[in-house]
Unconditional design. Structure first.
Length: 302
């Protein structure tokens, strides 16, 4: 692959900055070095980019090691779980180690009080307990989030429907302590996850790229049921906007779409993803306003 016209050094600086704030440094480094030599970034910038890409790969390797250790931990506890997002979705990429990973998200089967007790009794203190998750101090170099619910929605009626669907389609596997969700599960779960992040503070290109790869491996027979479920969860318009965004940003072919794209809403989603950055780190709308409480902030942002 190549550009019709080679980017200028200034354009490469902008692309490198975009890669960092969108948490796509590893993936875009692979793309940069695949270009013809005369179109690649300046040598100094390429060296910095490689250094960042190597760090991304190292984190991926650490996560793979820790997930194996978590599987042993859950086995000793007599519990089952699954890996959400992260390294599970990275396996869908051409080069899994190039997808930047943050913390490790585990959805553990069972009641919240039993899960918390099991980790604390095993010597892993639990903190930051909220409705759907908590954090556990298991490793010094990697944060672990333990989910009691895989995801949530703010609308209580939609959330009740989501929790029923998640329970019915939970990817906990018999004979396996730690499983990875199917594409069918991820198509609903990740859309709900992106929708919540869009409302909370930020939805960037990395999460959209994850969804691009999910759709490419989804069984065609599952597209209709998935879209029906997304409608029941109140995400019909968001899904239509996402389809446009995936086509515009990543060139997703029509055959993989869940529904016809919405150009008007999709354009806004494309623009917001650039403004927000990964998890909203660039979005000025997320900055606190003096005297503003959580509810007022939520209303203002929405």
């Amino acid at each position: 692959s190549s550009f019709e016209k080679a980017p200028t050094p200034k354009t490469w600086e902008s692309l490198f900055y975009l890669a960092k704030v969108q948490s796509l440094a590893g993936v875009l480094y692979d793309a940069a070095v695949s270009l013809p030599p005369e179109q690649q970034p300046p040598a100094g910038l390429l060296a910095d980019w490689k250094e960042l890409g190597d760090k991304v790969s190292a984190v991926y390797g650490t996560h793979e090691k820790h997930i194996a250790e978590l599987e042993e931990i859950l086995s000793r506890m007599g519990m089952r779980g699954c890996v959400l997002k992260g390294t599970g979705l990275a396996r869908l990429y051409p080069v899994p180690s190039s997808r930047m990973c943050g913390d490790i998200d585990l959805w553990v089967e069972g009641r919240r009080d039993r899960i918390i007790s099991a980790f604390e009794e095993a010597g892993y203190p639990v903190y930051s307990v909220v409705y759907q998750e908590c954090k556990a101090r298991v490793f010094d170099d990697t944060e672990v989030e333990i989910h009691f619910h895989a995801s949530k929605m703010y609308n209580p009626f939609c959330n009740a429907r989501l929790q029923r669907w998640l329970s019915k389609n939970a990817p906990f596997a018999d004979g396996s302590t730690l499983a990875y969700p199917s594409a069918y599960f991820n198509t609903v779960f990740c859309m709900a996850h992106m929708y919540r992040h869009y409302l909370e503070g930020g939805l960037g290109l990395r999460q959209m790229m994850d969804y691009y790869y999910i759709l490419r491996v989804l069984d065609p027979a599952d597209r209709g049921p998935v879209m029906q479920q997304l409608k029941q969860l109140g995400m019909k318009r968001f899904t239509a906007a996402m389809m446009l965004s995936l086509q515009f940003n990543f060139g997703l072919e029509d055959e993989y779409l869940l529904c016809p794209p919405d150009r008007r809403l999709g354009r806004k989603l494309v623009e917001d993803a650039i403004v927000m950055g990964n998890f909203g780190i660039m979005d000025k709308r997320n900055r606190p306003v003096a005297g503003e409480g959580p509810l007022k902030r939520f209303i203002r942002k929405n």
